[in-house]
Design a protein around this ligand. Structure first.
Ligand SMILES: Cc1cc2nc3c(=O)[nH]c(=O)nc-3n(C[C@H](O)[C@H](O)[C@H](O)COP(=O)(O)O)c2cc1C
Length: 363
């Protein structure tokens, strides 16, 4: 029996046309994950993406059923040295599901203080960033640069775990480059220091985002530790998630760029993996209403000027993906026209008229 192939969005009720014997192996791939008191029944995680997965976006992702999402990275030092607004933005408020805040840094003191601050602000999980490849971050010896110095990395992890009253997780890459794929070694040390879960992006830092994520290479870390390891990188939907799980042996998946303009992506994937077949898509009306809600939420969250600016990329991605809106050039023109509008009411009027009934999506 073949899995159903709902490439187009539809209003059709959720169907699982697979025979139970065919479904079972996929269901067995995803066991619940426990992070202290928190249980993730279906470990499909929305990745932290600076400039993308802010609170308004994560609220929409949650509304579509995303089991878990992580805040954009916040620099521990900045977080502590005063920026009340940074804490507010990272903590966000209700509606994102379990609150995981990601911190980055290179000094144990700031990491410890930041972890405590985040927990006080309501974080259920503190995530440590050891995967960011940006020169701005790695030149400051944070992010993925820490993979070159596991001893320093461990002092940061240790300080964070000791200071945090809530579970700590770690996100990293395979290593700095092909010749130093030390994720398993760091994972074992992190586990021994008390880290609850590890996410591995299946690329090295030197690769940035080039080439294809190597899900098979994640397996060495999965086999080195007994805490859950999550596979990340190039997971688009049901089919790639299934392959990533099989190749890596990971306990779950994290989905990043495939959620650009698609806040339903993680929820839909979770639903699909739970049922053993790709889930149907939200209908066009739900997509349009979600975009309008995201827009309003951004205006409230950041204030009208910044909020309108921040929301533009989401509008642009959503229009890019909406094939019902015409050929790519037409969508590009439409997107440009709406994104240049200054008056939020005009933007909303324009969005209300858009047809999202056919949206490009990976299986
Ligand atoms: C625009 C953008 C911003 C990102 N910001 C962060 C971040 O703040 N923290 C982090 O750990 N990873 C960050 N990442 C990496 C993603 O979390 C993820 O590991 C990577 O995109 C690979 O997954 P994907 O192929 O599903 O997108 C970012 C990626 C992108 C594209």
């Amino acid at each position: 029996v073949k899995p159903s192939q709902p490439q187009q969005f539809s209003n059709a009720p959720q169907q699982n046309r697979l025979a139970p014997a065919f479904v079972a192996p996929y269901c067995a791939m995803m066991q619940p994950i426990r992070l202290g008191p928190l249980v993730l029944e279906t470990p499909v995680l929305l990745a932290p993406m600076a400039g993308v997965t802010d609170t308004p976006f994560r609220r929409q992702a949650r509304a579509f059923g995303a089991p878990y999402s992580v805040s954009e990275m916040v620099a521990s030092e900045h977080l502590v040295s005063a920026r009340a607004d940074m804490v507010r933005r990272a903590a966000g408020g209700d509606g994102v599901g379990p609150l995981a805040i990601q911190i980055a840094g290179r000094e144990p003191k700031w990491m410890a203080l930041a972890a405590k601050l985040c927990a006080d602000a309501g974080a259920a999980v503190i995530d440590i960033n050891m995967g960011c490849p940006c020169k701005r971050v790695t030149n400051g010896l944070a992010g993925s640069a820490l993979m070159q110095d596991p001893d320093l990395a461990l002092t940061l992890i240790d300080a964070t775990v000791k200071a945090s009253p809530t579970p700590v997780t770690l996100k990293m890459r395979l290593g700095w480059d092909m010749t130093s794929q030390n994720a398993p070694e760091i994972a074992v040390r992190a586990q021994n220091a008390g880290v609850h879960m590890i996410v591995i992006h299946g690329r090295t830092r030197v690769q940035f985002y080039n080439g294809q994520a190597d899900w098979r290479a994640i397996r060495a870390t999965v086999e080195a530790v007994h805490i859950p390891v999550i596979a990340n990188g190039d997971i688009q939907g049901f089919s790639s998630a299934r392959t990533a799980l099989a190749q890596s042996g990971a306990a779950g998946v994290m989905i990043g760029r495939a959620a650009n303009g698609a806040p339903w992506a993680a929820g839909r994937l979770a639903q699909g993996l739970k049922l053993g077949a790709p889930a149907t898509m939200p209908c066009g009306n739900a997509i349009r209403e979600s975009l309008l809600a995201l827009y309003d939420d951004s205006l409230n969250f950041y204030g009208a000027g910044l909020g309108a600016k921040v929301a533009r990329k989401h509008i642009a991605w959503a229009i890019d993906a909406a094939e019902a809106l015409g050929p790519p050039e037409a969508r590009k023109a439409l997107r440009g026209r709406i994104c240049r509008m200054e008056d939020p009411n005009q933007v909303k009027r324009a969005l209300r008229q858009l047809d999202f009934h056919s949206v490009k999506v990976a299986a």
